[in-house]
Design a protein around this ligand. Sequence first.
Ligand code: HEC
Ligand code: HEC
Ligand code: HEC
Ligand code: HEC
Ligand code: HEC
Ligand code: HEC
Length: 502
Amino acid sequence: METPTNPASNAAAKPRSNFNNWITAIGVVLAVGALFSFAFLVWMDFTKSGGNPYLGIFTYIVAPAFLIAGIAISFFGAWAQRRWVIKYAGVAEDKWRLDFTNPKQRFRIILFGCGTMAFILLSAFGSYQTYHYSESTAFCGQVCHAAMNPEFVTYQRSAHARVDCVQCHVGAGAEYYIKAKINGTHQLIAYTLDNYSRPIETPVKNLRPARETCEKCHWPEKFRGNVEVNFSHFLSDKKNTPYTARMLLHVNKGEGVGATGGIHWHVSSTEKVEYFAADPKRQDIPWMRVTNLKDGTARVFRTEAFKGEPPANQIRVMDCMDCHNRPAHVFPTANESVEKAMAAGTLSTKLPNIKRVAVQAMTQKEITTDAIAEKKIAEFIKAKYADPAVAAEVPGAVAEVQRIFAMSMFPERKADWRVYPNNIGHKDWPGCFRCHDDKHKTAKGETVRASDCNSCHSIISQGKAADLGTISASGLKFKHPDGELDGDLSCADCHNGGIQGK
Ligand code: HEC
Ligand code: HEC
Ligand code: HEC
Ligand code: HEC
Ligand code: HEC
Ligand code: HEC
């Protein structure tokens, strides 16, 4: 019990303000702290270039929310104080009053003041740290989103391993942050309850349009001409015969002036491509429309089977991600990851048939967990190479196949190339051939241009090691290693990332 004060005499000496009470004091501290953080964050927003996606959120949403809460608490304190005065004035002790003349209270006030200073400093520091942390790749890929392990692993070896998740998935501005966080909360609940989908579904709904993410770094006006790509394959024969295709992809015809022609024409500033996909993974495209943005004329291509009009809300404007849908999370096929290891020399080509054996080891049906995979892969490979002549190579091969499996296939999450198609080419998935075939026609019967083998790329050399010495400038006709191709079959009708049956 404190020294009793006489409320009546005090009130007479100096009328007490309704704002003079502890609740209001706490509210004011909160508001001042928030204001301080706000000022600090605004300063950061203006001085730090690059416009970090999360910075804006802390600055313009979180800090103001605390500011408003602080002000609301102060007014609540005043209101409560007024109620108290009306009800008890002159009857009971004026207990919430800040009184500097009372030594005990004075001590508390000083203590409170010091606490306040610490709080303000810490809140500024804290908001800075929180923002830094929540934008970090560790937060997205590991802490919060452990379910996304496959995405994180594949991301780490992509060309974008140094680009933060939020740069593509959220981008700058509050609207997409809120969308992402609402979605994130939903995912967090699913994750806690352990009922999230395995694999995580794709395509990502409401992914920010590529114009606002990719184009922040990749400037369409600066796309260059041809891009050379080397595809090193090995046949699944006894000798693991190498087979390479080296080609120039005609990405952009008009150098330095925007995509006027070539592959990047789809994102040119003069025409717009829209399409309708009949399936959720966007692999079956029966309808598309090309609009000339200058005069507004449009041409519609459709397959013969597709009648009627597609639902307007399901028509998608083609952007970067319709081809580059795996810029950060490439799930290479078993065929491809084995070939890469062989080309790099980490998987010994001395073992007869190793290409075939390795791919088969990775795609065994019994593999349902990472632990089973390790065991099954070892057993499978060892059983094939009982011959003592090659025994020395076997342990290395087992370890390497186990390693590439762990990098590209995630049985527990049911995530691998079979559920995540890559749309950039046309060998193992339909890719470009979803639209570029002879089946899509306009009402006049025109087919899609650029549907023959040399319109998107020219093969400058191909074949086994010795053939690669000769380079053709004009482009070669593709020599399929398994012999002449049946024109009615598409590559992905046979190639599926595993081993091709004859
Ligand atoms: C270079 C841009 C980019 C970066 C960086 C990036 N992503 Fe993605 N992410 C994408 C695209 C594009 C898709 C697939 C969109 C589609 O097919 O609809 C995707 C898809 C996903 C999916 C859905 C499953 C799938 O594989 O399709 C998850 C989960 C995901 N990303 C998580 C992450 C995490 C976690 C990080 C950071 C560790 C990250 N992403 C970094 C572009 C990116
Ligand atoms: C924050 C900047 C940034 C953003 C955003 C970004 N990229 Fe990149 N991207 C890069 C850098 C840097 C490289 C070059 C990496 C290298 O040379 O190794 C690159 C490389 C690439 C390449 C060529 C390498 C490869 O993967 O084969 C493609 C294609 C690409 N990006 C597409 C995209 C797409 C599509 C998006 C949007 C989903 C995107 N990028 C978003 C910075 C970015
Ligand atoms: C019609 C499909 C398609 C679309 C749409 C598309 N690209 Fe590409 N892009 C390609 C192909 C094919 C290549 C050649 C490289 C390859 O095959 O991996 C390529 C190459 C690139 C490269 C690498 C160039 C280099 O020098 O290595 C970048 C970066 C890139 N694209 C970014 C983008 C961005 C950003 C957009 C959206 C504005 C976009 N692309 C739209 C198909 C496409
Ligand atoms: C959603 C459908 C669609 C997809 C997917 C698609 N394209 Fe196209 N592409 C078109 C249409 C439509 C045209 C214009 C056809 C016409 O006007 O006759 C076109 C035109 C082209 C052209 C000619 C551009 C020029 O110089 O005039 C090239 C080259 C091309 N595409 C390459 C590709 C490549 C490579 C891919 C895969 C990475 C691809 N396309 C995927 C629809 C598509
Ligand atoms: C619409 C454009 C387009 C057309 C038409 C096209 N291709 Fe391609 N092709 C591509 C693209 C894009 C890639 C590169 C994919 C990548 O970067 O992974 C590719 C890759 C390839 C490869 C290398 C694949 C690998 O993994 O070794 C071969 C071989 C090939 N094409 C042959 C052909 C043949 C044969 C035809 C004619 C039947 C043809 N292409 C028609 C766009 C096209
Ligand atoms: C009738 C089925 C069939 C069709 C269609 C087909 N292939 Fe093949 N392809 C095979 C077989 C079988 C092999 C030999 C596989 C081996 O030795 O591992 C092969 C081997 C290859 C290889 C080298 C080895 C490998 O596994 O990658 C390439 C590259 C290739 N095909 C590209 C293509 C392209 C591009 C197309 C489409 C233009 C195509 N194929 C269409 C059946 C087919």
